[in-house]
Write a protein that binds this ligand. Structure first.
Ligand code: PLP
Length: 479
């Protein structure tokens, strides 16, 4: 494909994306397809001869789009959002266009330094402690996911807690502290790091807020230290996956400092952290300045297409100390000068894309004011929905709304088991309409419907439509 032909075909692709996005609201959010149906459509030999792009786009229309769950749909309220704003798609295209592989500073100085500069500036806008910036001795890196961020934080923590870990591996005394509300990626990190399930300590939460109980954490840490175990990492979450609960980071940090000062404090704010860009929500990050690492996903609520998870550490050498392995072919003068960052040492894979470009394109195209408006709009819509739930005796809030997340249940007057069944049925019926998509969790053992407001195109009318659907389906379930 020569550049002139690319120019012509690229326009077709951009037109296809623009048409797809413009028509999203009219599509069912979730497809009604049977497992295997897409593969059956593609069960033919790969083409021997070159084909026209228009033929492939026709296949997307015929096979792919009808079998897709439309995450960018204005009435996608499931899980947490995966914002893929059109701004970020432009940046993704530029990144692919440059095709740089930024494993070392020298393999693309720009890819490395744009990322460094952007993360320093964002740290500032989020109100993070200057210690998390390169200028302040720490630094930020874009990982593929919050799961990878947790894994590398754990590896850095292991290295700090057990300096012989790289040579000898783990010995079964290592412990990692989470709550029942912590994202499962922490349990996965513990497994991947080879610590075994016994390493995971589940600290009690406050029964009302579902936030980590710092007193319980202090007691668990003290008991483990007394028993000769090694507290490696404590994970505090700002915005849990289930209900958006916020662990008291400052008190958690104090518990760590007094009982197990070498343990690493990681703050997982995968969804909620970006709200710190709005001064009125910055209190959620109170105490983060005491943490060793802080992570928030640009690919959840910060308008940036997957994948872009932002991780900051307060000591720039911490990740390289744990992860760096240098075969001869990767040695170069710049690395040895110690004047550059080689991001390969800050992550598990060697190679890496120029992810910072898509984030930069978002921030440049929308400005911080546009980003704040995006976040505030969703929080306001969640407040409106929560008000409707409160005012309707047929529903109840299952937890206090957190930013743009509303957790609710159907109230039947026939007891909690009946409420569980009705809530589940309403969720299934709403999703079956295709007009909206919501997902669920359990809170204190009870079935709960989660409404996570955050799609790029979600407006007033979309949340109102969901509320009407919920009421209508709850009416039908009650009979
Ligand atoms: N942490 C929290 C609090 C989450 O809610 C999620 C996903 O929803 C994750 C981590 C994992 O995110 P990722 O897909 O970036 O690994």
């Amino acid at each position: 494909l020569d550049p002139e032909e690319f120019r012509r075909l690229g326009r077709q692709v951009v037109d296809w994306i623009a048409d797809y996005r413009a028509g999203l609201g009219e599509r069912p959010v979730r497809p009604a397809v049977e497992p295997g149906s897409v593969r059956a459509e593609l069960d033919k030999p790969l083409p021997e001869l070159p084909g026209e792009l228009s033929g492939l786009l026709a296949e997307l229309d015929r096979v792919v789009v009808p079998a897709s769950t439309h995450w960018q749909h204005p009435r996608f309220f499931g899980f947490f959002p995966a914002n893929a704003s059109l701004h970020s798609l432009l940046g993704d295209m530029l990144s692919g266009g440059l095709g740089a592989q930024g494993m070392l500073w020298s393999t693309s100085p720009a890819a490395t330094e744009v990322e460094q500069a952007l993360l320093d500036a964002l740290a500032d806008e989020l109100g993070l402690d200057p210690a998390f910036t390169f200028a302040g001795g720490g630094g930020g890196v874009i990982q593929d996911s919050a799961s990878s961020a947790a894994l590398v934080a754990l590896l850095a923590a292991l290295h700090r807690a057990r300096p012989d870990w790289r040579e000898r591996g783990v010995d079964g005394r290592e412990r990692v502290y989470v709550t029942a509300e912590t994202h499962s990626s922490l349990a996965k990190a513990v497994r991947v790091a080879g610590l075994g399930e016994r390493a995971l300590r589940v600290v009690d939460t406050d029964p009302t807020t579902l936030a980590m109980d710092p007193g319980a954490l202090a007691a668990d840490l003290a008991a483990d230290v007394a028993a000769g175990l090694v507290p490696v990492l404590v994970c505090a979450t700002v915005g849990t996956t289930g209900t958006g609960a916020v662990d008291p980071v400052r008190a958690v940090a104090a518990a760590v400092a007094t009982t197990a000062p070498t343990a690493w404090l990681h703050v997982d704010a995968a969804w909620a952290g970006v709200a710190g860009l709005c001064p009125e929500h910055r209190h959620l990050l109170d105490g983060v300045e005491l943490a060793d690492s802080f992570c928030t996903d640009a690919h959840k609520w910060l308008l940036t297409a997957f994948d872009a998870s932002l991780l900051w550490v307060r000591e720039a050498h911490a990740l390289p100390a744990a992860l760096s392995i240098t075969p001869e072919y990767l040695r170069d003068a710049a690395s040895e000068s110690a004047r550059v960052v080689d991001y390969r040492d800050w992550q598990v894979p060697l190679g890496r894309r120029f992810r910072a470009l898509k984030l930069w394109t978002v921030l440049h195209g929308m400005g911080l004011s546009g980003v704040r408006e995006h976040l505030r709009g969703h929080v306001a819509l969640a407040g409106e929905l929560a008000g409707w739930v409160r005012d309707d005796p047929g529903f109840e809030l299952a937890a206090e709304p957190s930013l743009a997340l509303v957790c609710l249940r159907v109230a039947t007057d026939r007891g909690p088991d009946a409420d569980d069944a009705a809530t589940r049925s309403v969720l299934e019926r709403v999703n079956a309409t295709g007009r909206a998509l919501v997902t669920h969790t359990t809170v204190r053992g009870r079935y709960v419907l989660r409404v996570a407001i955050g799609s790029v195109g979600t407006r007033d009318g979309d949340v109102a439509e969901l509320w009407e659907l919920l009421r209508a389906e709850a009416g039908a379930v009650r009979g």
